[in-house]
Design a protein around this ligand. Structure first.
Ligand code: GDP
Ligand code: MG
Length: 305
């Protein structure tokens, strides 16, 4: 037994698509956050808990730092600010295959306001052909902020993750476990199901559609053997509805099957999944809709007519 137990809260931050959610899943060893190639897939704070012999780390995945252009995006930015407060440590994730730009500078500026020790995780090194590009990139970030450490990683192949995990644990204070060991995330099952449906639809559609997609679970009937789930998929325009449904319903069917299989694996039960598509113009500026989509506000269900 280790003589010392450490615990703490660690937020994962960075620009859209840097690989934050992939990193969270890799760190905790389970899929708690959905991942797609589309920026702004993560819309809320996603908790994932890592339990080790001598440590418990509560990670928090966040939406990508971006310029907000709707009430929904402003809410996402508030969410990020909330994830900066009262943390023991931050992990700032950057896509090391991309050039440093002004958006990196702005994202970093936000993180600096927290005055919390921050690890720089240089992600996607599996995709970096010329490894000598890492050093100048590190220098660039170093010139703007004194990070606690600089760690090249691949969230996808898990290269460098042992070192990152160790770097986190080394910086956590002594303290008790906050959650029982079986607690992996604070997300309710029905929210996770809605997220998985949104992930599969996002993977099936392209361009602007994913940003107009929202999924709400309206009904969840649990029997010993079977879960019956009815979910509504919201889009903003008729054309988007047609795209989501696909020719003869093919796209909706494919996404639904893929989501159902993952929900079944997660719950260990057979799932019966009903999906409906509704047009809700400008939902991203509708406060009632934003409340309903945020499970932490606990008012789901009331907006689907
Ligand atoms: N090659 C490579 N791709 C990655 C890595 N980490 C994430 N990705 C991909 O980058 C995209 C965005 O990942 P995601 O975790 O959703 O990024 P987030 O927006 O920061 O949460 C997805 O297509 C991931 O598969 C990595 O280490 N290497
Ligand atoms: Mg994400």
């Amino acid at each position: 037994m280790p003589d010392r137990f450490v615990s703490g809260f660690v937020s994962i931050l960075g620009r859209p698509n840097a690989g934050k959610s992939t990193l969270l899943n890799a760190l905790v060893g389970e899929k708690v956050a959905i991942v797609t190639p589309t920026p702004q897939t993560t819309r809320t704070l996603i908790q994932g808990v890592l339990n080790l012999d001598g440590a418990q780390v509560v990670f928090l995945d966040t939406p990508g730092i971006h310029q907000p252009d709707s009430a929904f995006n402003r809410r996402m930015m508030e969410t990020i600010r909330a994830a900066l407060a009262e943390r023991d440590l931050l992990i700032f994730v950057v896509d090391a295959t991309r050039r440093f730009g002004s958006a990196d500078r702005e994202a970093l500026q936000l993180v600096r306001t927290a005055r919390t020790p921050t690890l720089l995780a240089l992600n996607k090194i599996d995709h970096l052909k010329d490894k000598s590009r890492l050093l100048p990139l590190i220098e660039q970030f170093k010139s703007l902020h004194e990070f606690a450490d600089y760690l090249p990683i691949s969230a996808l192949t898990r290269e460098g993750l042992d070192e990152l995990r160790q770097a986190v644990i080394d910086r956590l204070p002594e303290g008790p476990a906050f959650f029982p060991p079986e607690h992996l995330t604070d997300q309710p099952e029905r929210f996770l199901a809605a997220e998985l449906i949104r992930e599969k639809l996002t993977l099936e559609t392209r361009e602007e559609i994913p940003h107009a997609l929202a999924v709400l679970v309206e009904r969840w009937e649990d029997t010993l053997k079977l879960i019956h789930i009815s979910a509504t998929i919201f889009v903003e325009r008729d054309g988007q509805k047609a795209i989501v449904i696909g020719a003869g319903g093919s796209r909706l069917k494919r996404a639904g099957t893929a989501a159902r299989l993952e929900i079944e694996a997660l719950s260990g039960r057979k799932v019966f999944l009903d999906l409906f598509v509704k047009v809700r113009p400008r939902w991203r500026d509708d406060p009632r809709m934003l409340e309903a989509l945020d499970w932490r506000s606990m008012s789901g269900g009331a907006v689907a007519e």
